[in-house]
Design a binder for this molecule. Structure first.
Ligand code: FAD
Length: 517
């Protein structure tokens, strides 16, 4: 029946489905799901939506969407598929907000679970000495922020963009400018409720089912579906002093960044980005930032130079304004940026954390949000970052007009090596994120082919010079590449897979394991 629907709409993806199974097989397997007695329901409307993601380059059509209203809906569905065993080709992908880049939340001919439907229990904020939040795995961080702020609290570690779900970011790591101090989001979770690939509902934490807990954190959705999470909170500040300064020398820029992430008294947020061949930079930023010295700033000429912007934020409450200004001044006095480029602004904590949403709104208005996003995120060991910067920012890339290039260092000591996330083998490593947008149908330097080609050159450079780079939000197409990605952790990853999802039902869009049929 479901496939009948697809055929009637002449769906462009049906060719893929026919490769893996015949239409009638799929039809009957999908129909068998309808016999399940659920609180929520299966739906074949909008399967096209589930075949899209933010990357907008990979499109795998599922057989059906599950809109769960309880954890038991998810457990029953997976258990049903698990008990079909190898006779069923069905796989299951949890879809958070679908902000993956290469089809990671898609399930080719399988079941996509719309995690945002799972609102069985309200969010629960627990104030106290060690405050925490109990929240559904399908909740968006923007909603978490609004809710926790009502109690004067907020999570400690963030992503730059908040319209992502708990399950989606905990399956990767969840990194932003607070991670140097608090670690990634996966270092700030006390407890999880998970539905495994066998359909079992399990609670896990450092003390209970610890192996499952660490498997799932950074586990790319391979070991279970996160249905609930207990997330660490801290008192939330009201305001943020948000600062940008520029450097023209990469060595000095990175030394200052590393100094700040290692200092005891420092900023609350530290990031940075690379600007290649852009004009009128400070003027463009003036709508949101004030130069400390407007006359000097107006004379600053960025034409053609490669510049490095250090971005920092200091949290404060209005009654701490004077002392915070002093702390900021002290910290800035230890840095070696170009003095005329100091820009400052003050915004609410909410507006600071939700800052990318402002850009989203602008891009949506111009029709530039739903374009292909060929992003590449790399974690690079500190000792090799200069070599990387020299080659990539001076030789390979001619400009940074296709999208932001983020660069900031992280402390490995804040990452728990029991999780499934993999990082380079050094105490400090950098995140370098090429966040490109491609103009549809363009064959120029803003087109998909050109951007992908540049990324290939960057990856080849990393490989031939043995930089020890790891991809963040990794994307590989065969198991050999995954084995290399995980390195010595591969054996553990495989053991965990066979323990928690032995039939390889979960998260097929990651293309790590293939369901045996
Ligand atoms: P989805 O794309 O829906 O899913 C991602 C993967 O997780 C899939 O494999 C899916 O099956 C699995 N999954 C989803 N929900 C669950 C669940 N409940 N249980 C188990 N598995 C699940 N990342 C950062 O770390 N820092 C950033 O600053 C950052 N900024 C971003 C900004 C933008 C604009 C975008 C588009 C992405 C950004 N990301 C960032 C990447 C983002 O964290 C990941 O792509 C994340 O997976 C997206 O969350 P989602 O809810 O959309 O997940």
């Amino acid at each position: 029946m479901f496939l009948g629907c697809f055929a009637a709409r002449q769906n462009p993806y049906s060719i893929y489905l026919s490769i893996i199974h015949t239409t009638s097989d799929l039809e009957s397997i999908c129909s068998s799901l309808k016999t399940l007695n659920l609180d929520g329901h299966f739906s074949s409307d909008n399967v096209y939506h589930a075949a899209r993601d933010f990357g907008n380059r990979y499109h795998s059509l599922p057989c059906v969407i599950l809109r769960p209203e309880s954890v038991s809906d998810i457990a029953k569905t997976i258990k049903h598929i698990f008990h079909m065993g190898a006779s069923s080709i069905l796989t299951v992908a949890a879809r958070g907000h679908g902000h993956s880049l290469q089809g990671q939340s898609q399930a080719h001919g399988g079941v996509v679970i719309n995690m945002q439907s799972l609102r069985e229990q309200e969010m629960q904020v627990h104030a106290g000495e060690l405050p925490f939040l109990d929240v559904s795995g399908g909740e968006l961080f923007i909603n978490i922020l609004h809710e926790t702020l009502k109690y004067g609290l907020a999570p400690k570690s963030w992503t730059d963009y908040l319209h992502l779900t708990v399950g989606g970011t905990l399956s990767n790591a969840g990194i932003s400018g607070q991670a140097f101090r608090h670690g990634p989001q996966i270092s700030n979770v006390y407890q999880l409720q998970v539905v495994t690939g066998k359909g079992e509902v399990m609670n896990c934490s450092e003390k209970q089912n610890a192996d499952l807990f660490y498997s799932v954190l950074g586990g790319l959705g391979q070991f279970g579906i996160i249905t609930r999470a207990r997330i660490a909170l801290e008192p939330a500040p009201k305001m943020v002093k948000w600062i940008r300064v520029l450097y023209s020398n990469f060595l000095i820029f990175s030394e200052d960044q590393e100094y700040l992430i290692s200092a005891e008294t420092t900023f609350d947020y530290i990031e940075g980005f690379v600007i290649i061949n852009k004009t009128g930079l400070l003027n463009n930023w003036r709508s949101s930032f004030n130069p400390q010295d407007p006359v000097q700033a107006s004379r600053f000429n960025s034409d053609g130079k490669t510049l490095y912007c250090l971005e920092m934020a200091k949290n404060f409450n209005p009654d701490e304004n004077d002392i915070t200004n002093q702390e900021v001044e002290n910290l800035l006095s230890q840095l070696r940026y170009i003095p005329s480029t100091l820009l400052l602004t003050e915004v609410s904590y909410l507006n600071f954390l939700d800052r990318v949403h402002v850009s989203e709104t602008k891009l949506r208005l111009k029709g530039l949000w739903e374009v292909p996003h060929p992003w590449l995120n790399l974690l690079i060991p500190r000792t090799r970052i200069h070599e990387f910067a020299e080659q990539v920012f001076s030789n390979i890339l001619r400009d940074s007009s296709n999208g932001p290039i983020l660069i900031y260092p992280l402390n490995k000591s804040k990452w728990d090596n029991r999780t499934s996330a993999v990082t380079p083998e050094e105490d400090i490593f950098y995140l370098v994120a090429f966040l490109s947008s491609a103009m549809p149908a363009s064959t120029g330097t803003d087109g998909l082919e050109h951007i992908l080609n540049q990324q290939k050159i960057i990856l080849n450079f990393c490989e031939t010079t043995h930089l020890g780079v790891k991809q963040y939000l990794p994307h590989y197409t065969n198991q050999e590449e995954w084995r290399t990605h995980f390195g010595p952790q591969w054996e553990i990853f495989v053991r965990r897979k066979s323990a928690y999802d032995p039939l390889a039902i979960l998260a097929p869009g990651q293309k790590i394991f293939q369901k045996a049929i």
